[in-house]
Design a protein around this ligand. Structure first.
Ligand code: HEM
Length: 431
């Protein structure tokens, strides 16, 4: 059989199979529009033929098998999330080295290690769980009603821009105690946009610097507000963060600003995209939609299945701290290792029917939210947000359908996050 090559959006396809990764014509581009829409055939190809793939354009290893991913994420002695260990790490320029925003970014829970990380995480958990037990559920319910209010009486909406994007950032903002529809809430949303860019090493330096300068003003306002809470605490996450104490230890101002930034980086866009993917997959699978609507008890696990089945993150990054070996490949100290959690969730060796979307599935593990010491601290929160937002939306509107074909749903182009840019819906309001 003769293989015929076709080039489409930068990808090479053969008539019968995807080109194997060891072929000279193989091109791997997880930023391409095909990958945005459906990364899973490419990931399956790598998983099968080259699970520890040298990705030349990114100068690092790309991992796709579940067991390799688990062992790298669990091993902080060999692999670090902190980019100072990267062989291509560039020290920030002299004039910005002591910039307060860089200080905050570099001491983020997402990248610090060892005792420093354990300490921040302990305090963060304590502050979050105080708030969590008491008031999260009613807060989420009233917020989704508020976000949906402008849709009443209408017969169409864009699910991404009107529901999925504003909701998770609203949850973080209300948790912190920021009053709804306030000037402070509007400025907090602007901080969220800036912080995602400023914390992203894959975005060009000039854009990052602009965002760092923008963040400075917003963070100064939050620091002022933090002082108000120190003087007069109330029952909200910001007050808990300033008060929380563990064995005589407390957060300082920079650490609280850093943690709030990390919650925004890790918790807003991820959950927004999972909500969007969740809605799309329910529409694509009417039997699952029926089950989700009829059986509220399945919704918390369903939320995990939505995250597992369509991962919003492209990959996690780790840097080798010493020379090591992964599946026979020599990984040098200083090299980057890109970890495809999306691929791990679709590894048939981990889960034989992994390509099936089944909201009644008991999660086998929660590795879509990471592994080891950096396991997501917002995992339960995210699942609850998805359960509540989709549950309320589907109960408030009926005859919900896509206003375009699935193939025409546009995807966003973002170097870190994957998800639909817009989901145009048609529906009738429930009387
Ligand atoms: C569907 C939504 C979400 C997904 C898929 C997700 C996924 C993840 C993953 C994979 C990690 C591990 C990162 C690593 O090992 O480098 C992580 C960490 C983290 N997540 Fe989430 N997350 C979600 C929602 C949230 C929410 C709602 C919050 C909080 C508001 C949050 C806060 C965090 C924080 C602070 C970390 C860092 C923890 C640490 O380094 O100790 N995430 N998340």
């Amino acid at each position: 059989m003769r293989a015929e090559f076709k080039i489409q959006d930068g990808w090479f396809f053969m008539s019968e199979h995807l080109i194997q990764p060891d072929h000279q014509d193989f091109v791997f581009d997880p930023m391409s529009s095909d990958f945005d829409r459906d990364p899973y055939p490419i990931l399956a190809n790598l998983r099968e033929h080259e699970p520890v793939y040298w990705w030349p354009q990114a100068r690092g290893w790309f991992l796709t098998r579940h067991d390799d991913i688990v062992s790298v994420l669990a091993d902080e002695d060999r692999f670090s999330p902190n980019e100072v260990h990267w062989e291509y790490f560039i020290e920030p320029a002299e004039e910005v080295r002591n910039h307060p925003v860089l200080r905050i970014r570099d001491s983020s829970i997402l990248s610090v290690e060892g005792a420093q990380h354990a300490r921040i995480r302990k305090l963060a958990f304590k502050a979050l769980s105080r708030r969590a037990v008491r008031t999260i559920q009613p807060l989420m319910t009233s917020l989704i009603e508020e976000v949906m209010a402008p849709l009443r009486g209408r017969r169409e909406c864009d699910f991404v821009t009107e529901i999925a994007s504003p909701y998770p950032i609203g949850v973080i903002s209300r948790l912190l105690g920021i009053p709804g529809n306030s000037d402070r809430e509007m400025r907090f949303k602007k901080l969220a946009d800036a912080v995602v860019v400023a914390f992203n090493p894959m975005i060009d330096e000039a854009t990052q610097l602009r965002s760092i300068h923008l963040m400075e003003g917003y963070l100064a306002e939050i620091a002022e507000w933090m002082e108000e809470k120190r003087r007069k605490p109330t029952d909200d996450l910001m007050s808990h963060l300033v008060q929380v104490e563990h064995e005589g230890d407390r957060f300082n101002t920079d650490e609280i600003l850093s943690l709030i930034s990390a919650l925004l980086v890790a918790g807003a866009e991820t959950t927004a995209n999972s909500l969007s993917f969740g809605m799309l997959e329910l529409l694509r699978h009417p039997d699952q939609m029926k089950r989700f609507k009829e059986d509220p008890s399945c919704r918390f696990n369903a939320a995990y299945e939505m995250v597992r089945y369509e991962m919003p993150g492209r990959f996690l990054r780790r840097y080798a701290k010493k020379d090591t070996d992964i599946r026979g490949k020599k990984v040098r100290a200083g090299q980057a290792v890109y970890i495809s959690v999306a691929s791990a969730q679709r590894d048939p060796l981990f889960m034989p029917d992994c390509d099936q979307f089944d909201i009644t599935r008991e999660p086998r593990d929660l590795s879509a939210f990471g592994i080891g010491r950096h396991f997501c601290i917002g995992a339960q929160l995210a699942r609850l947000e998805i359960e509540i937002a989709l549950g309320h939306f589907l109960a408030s509107f009926e005859d919900i359908r896509l206003a375009c074909s699935f193939e025409d749903v546009p995807f966003r182009s973002n170097p870190v996050i994957r998800g639909p840019a817009s989901i145009p819906l048609l529906f009738e309001s429930v009387a």
